[in-house]
Each structure stands twice: as structure tokens, then as C-alpha cells.
Design a protein around this ligand. Structure first.
Ligand SMILES: Nc1nc2c(c(=O)[nH]1)N[C@H]1C(S)=C(S)[C@@H](COP(=O)(O)O)O[C@H]1N2
Ligand SMILES: [Mo]
Length: 351
């Protein structure tokens, strides 16, 4: 077993901080990603927090500031369970790097995305008890891990709009696929913000602060911004990706099953996915799994007939309003290398 209980074939980008993604084929065909396969993304050393000593302070623009233990969360609030996909904003950065270099950033391939069943309490219920004061507009999360990347040195944090924080689906979670949340994924307690970039799902959360403006944390105000617009990243970009076959796979000629996932955004769900094996001249519809709640990816599969040679398999997702994900990586390239939702392309060798 590799580090942090992960499978042996993880693609480990860095050990400290621990950044690792599974080969995309390992994600194919399962709505829930096993914990040993779930990608891991951190910015500093992984804190080891004692669940009995863990406390969450809820403060800022609230009538009733609180300090909560795990037992308090369990006793005072109803249990909530959400199947949610977490996607790093840097997922598929490798596809952007191929267009133009992005120095000093992790070259994530297609595996910086995974799905789990998260259980905990709804942040909305906790905020309802704290009672937001007039002027409240954003909710900031803070954690104890200090990243060497942050300027100046500071612990990890970030915020989401109050409307999202009180929408019900945002969790303070302590179990992942029915087991206690492991340290590498933010145990004892993390935030899960379904539908938003992974960076807002703050791990090892110890502070919830209601504010009148977005977080000033380095990872909100400086990193994880989309340039040149200079906007903080929030909701994920809709689209689809191919998970199997893998890049450069060698396959026999004839029918082959292509696997992938698609996801929509906060407002627009996925309508259909299409696959092409002739560079986009002709497309066939993929079989799309039913939605597993609003916040999980939807798996799809399609059989394509492959002639001998070097073939590029392409896929594209359409949303319910008729919008399609962007065709080229060049058109979505940005200096931070974030949210690449261009049509996925996988080259295979058909013998
Ligand atoms: N405290 C803390 N929370 C964090 C991070 C971090 O470095 N520190 N990384 C974020 C990023 S960028 C992502 S993509 C997700 C990854 O979650 P995972 O490691 O459970 O896959 O956690 C987020 N939460
Ligand atoms: Mo991320």
C-alpha cells in the first residue's frame, strides 16, 4: 500500500504536501470512489487532530457565537448525507500545459476528481442556530494547516457566499463512504461544498466565520483565481471527461467500451454525452447513468468501433439548455491552469 492508505498505482505528484491522483481507469465505472482511490490534494503538512479535542468555533457576524465539539454536532443537529463529487480546480491542467507552459503548478491529469458519500451535519443548520446578523454575506472556513506556498505564512482558508452556505447541501462531514473521515481527507471534520471547486471544501476545519465580504485568505484572495478576469473560482465548470481507455492504451481493432463521467453546474444539469472516434466528424450518444442526487457526477459509457491505427477518442457533454462544453483547451487556457473543461481527447493505438 502506498502512502496515506492509497493504492499502489496512485500517480504521486508530491509527497510533502501530499498530492496524488489515481490513474483515470481506476475511477471508471463506479459512482462512489473507494477511499484508497480518492485523489488527495493538500498545500502543507497533514495535521493530526484528536477527534475528542477537536473544536469548531463559529463566529463573526452572528448573534450567538459557539464553540462546538464533535459530540455537540452529533447531539444538536440532524444527520445529513450527501453524495458529492469533489473536483480540484487544477484537474486536467496537463491539457492546458500542452497548449502553453504553466510553471510551478501541479500537472494534474484526469484524476483530481472523485466522488464519495459524506455524512455529517448541514452547515445551514449550524448557521441557523448561530443566527447571521445584518450585513452577513459570506462564510469563511479556516483550518490549522500552514502552507509554505502562502504569502504571508498563514493557515489554509477560503469562503463561499452566504446563500450557498445556507442552501442545505454544504456539510460539516466526519464520515466518508460510511467510515470515519481519514486524516488525509480532512478528518476529524471537513467542509464539503458540493458543486464548488475542491479548494472551498476546507479540510480539518476549525473555524466558521460569517463576514460581510469574501475571505482575505491567500488561497481565496490570491490563489485559485481566474485570470485575466481576476475572479475567485467558485462553482465548477460543467463538462465531461474520458476515464477509460487510458492515454496511449494499446487495443485490438473492433468494438471497445469507452467510460467517463459528466457533471453539470449549480443551475444546468447534464442532458447528454456524445463520443467520436474520428476526430469529431461523427458522434454517437453515450449511455448516461441516472443522476445520483444533484451533486454527484454521472457516469457514461459508449461502444465505439475502432479501425487500426492511431485513433483519438473525443467526448463532449451538452447541458439541458443546449450548451456544450468548449472544444479546445487553447480557448480555456488561463495563467493559473484552472478549470479545464475542454472536450477530452484520448489517443489510443489500435493494432
Ligand atoms: N485545510 C485544507 N483544506 C483543503 C486543502 C488544503 O490544502 N488544506 N486543499 C483543498 C483543495 S485545493 C482540494 S482540491 C481539496 C482536496 O480534497 P481531498 O484531498 O480530500 O481530495 O481539499 C481542499 N481543502
Ligand atoms: Mo484543489
Amino acid at each position: 500500500m502506498a502512502s496515506w492508505g492509497k493504492r499502489d498505482d496512485m500517480i504521486t505528484h508530491t509527497m510533502e504536501p501530499y498530492n496524488a491522483e489515481p490513474p483515470p481507469e481506476a475511477l471508471a465505472g463506479r459512482t462512489l470512489t473507494p477511499v484508497d482511490t480518492f485523489f488527495a490534494r493538500g498545500h502543507g503538512p497533514i495535521p493530526r487532530l484528536d477527534p475528542d479535542a477537536w473544536r469548531l468555533s463559529v463566529g463573526g457576524l452572528v448573534e450567538h457565537p459557539m464553540t462546538l465539539s464533535l459530540d455537540d454536532l452529533r447531539a444538536w443537529f440532524p444527520r445529513r448525507d450527501v453524495v458529492a463529487t469533489i473536483q480540484c480546480a487544477g484537474n486536467r491542467r496537463a491539457g492546458l500545459l500542452a497548449v502553453r507552459p504553466i510553471p510551478g503548478k501541479t500537472p494534474w491529469r484526469s484524476g483530481a476528481i472523485s466522488t464519495a458519500r459524506w455524512t455529517g451535519v448541514s452547515l445551514a443548520d449550524v448557521l441557523a442556530r448561530a443566527v447571521a446578523r445584518p450585513g452577513a454575506a459570506h462564510v469563511e472556513f479556516t483550518a490549522p494547516d500552514v502552507s509554505p506556498e502562502a504569502r504571508p505564512r498563514q493557515p489554509f482558508g477560503g469562503s463561499i457566499p452566504l446563500a450557498k452556505a445556507t442552501a442545505g447541501e454544504v456539510l460539516l462531514a466526519w464520515t466518508m463512504n460510511g467510515r470515519p473521515l481519514p486524516a488525509v481527507h480532512g478528518g476529524p471534520v471537513r467542509v464539503v461544498v458540493p458543486g464548488y471547486i475542491g479548494a472551498r471544501s476546507v479540510k480539518w476545519v476549525t473555524g466558521v466565520t460569517v463576514r460581510d465580504r469574501p475571505s482575505d485568505n491567500y488561497f481565496h484572495a490570491v490563489a485559485y483565481r481566474l485570470l485575466p478576469q481576476d475572479a475567485p473560482l467558485g462553482p465548477v465548470a460543467p463538462g465531461c471527461d474520458i476515464l477509460a481507455p487510458g492515454e496511449r492504451a494499446v487495443l485490438p481493432a473492433g468494438p471497445v467500451m469507452v467510460h467517463g463521467y459528466a457533471f453539470g453546474d449549480d443551475d444546468r444539469g447534464v442532458d447528454r454525452v456524445e463520443v467520436s472516434s474520428d476526430g469529431g466528424l461523427s458522434w454517437r450518444p453515450a449511455d448516461l447513468d441516472p443522476a445520483y442526487g444533484c451533486w454527484a457526477w454521472r457516469l457514461w459509457r459508449a461502444v465505439v468501433d475502432l479501425p487500426a491505427g492511431e485513433i483519438t477518442i473525443v467526448a463532449r457533454a451538452w447541458d439541458i439548455e443546449g450548451g456544450c462544453q468548449p472544444e479546445s483547451a487553447a480557448s480555456v487556457w488561463n495563467p493559473g491552469g484552472y478549470v479545464n473543461n475542454a472536450w477530452p481527447r484520448v489517443r489510443v493505438v489500435v493494432a
